[in-house]
Design a protein around this ligand. Structure first.
Ligand code: HEM
Length: 122
């Protein structure tokens, strides 16, 4: 399955598409059920592509084991907070707290992803 795990390109593609779909659904004035369903499919692809990277690289990159685990945890939190924003918005509940949690989790995830082993490294 090296096409999944030899580079992070597939993973990057999946989460970029997910973020675009999330912003479309979250900023729209009405409920966009189709976009939300497409976003949920992207969640699965993010987890498959990220999980493949994790299994391939976790033990190969010295010193980054714990950061790798944190990257997975925060990646899943980003997905969880996107879902919370959209579901609460759909029910007409307040979403401000979940926007903040989403933004923080996203920044931490981007930092951890981009500062580690493979792919782009800042
Ligand atoms: C929306 C959520 C997510 C975002 C924004 C995100 C973002 C990123 C970024 C920016 C990178 C670095 C790519 C590069 O080095 O060029 C990356 C790599 C990675 N991601 Fe994610 N990710 C997300 C979700 C996940 C999930 C859910 C998992 C695990 C199931 C995961 C596992 C990984 C792994 C293992 C890497 C490789 C780290 C490395 O060595 O560079 N990610 N991700």
């Amino acid at each position: 399955m090296s096409f999944l795990s030899s580079t992070p390109h597939l993973h990057i593609t999946t989460w970029v598409i997910a973020l675009v779909l999330f912003f479309i659904a979250a900023l729209a004035s009405k409920k966009l059920t189709g976009v939300h369903m497409a976003l949920r499919v992207m969640y699965i692809l993010i987890i498959i592509s990220g999980g493949a990277l994790f299994l391939e690289w976790r033990d190969k990159i010295p010193e980054s084991g714990m950061n790798y685990d944190m990257k997975v945890l925060f990646g899943i939190l980003v997905i969880g907070f996107m879902e919370m924003v959209l579901v609460r918005k759909g029910k007409g509940k307040s979403v401000n707290l979940f926007w903040i949690l989403f933004a923080v989790a996203l920044l931490v995830t981007l930092y951890l992803g981009l500062s580690m082993g493979i792919g782009m490294n800042f």
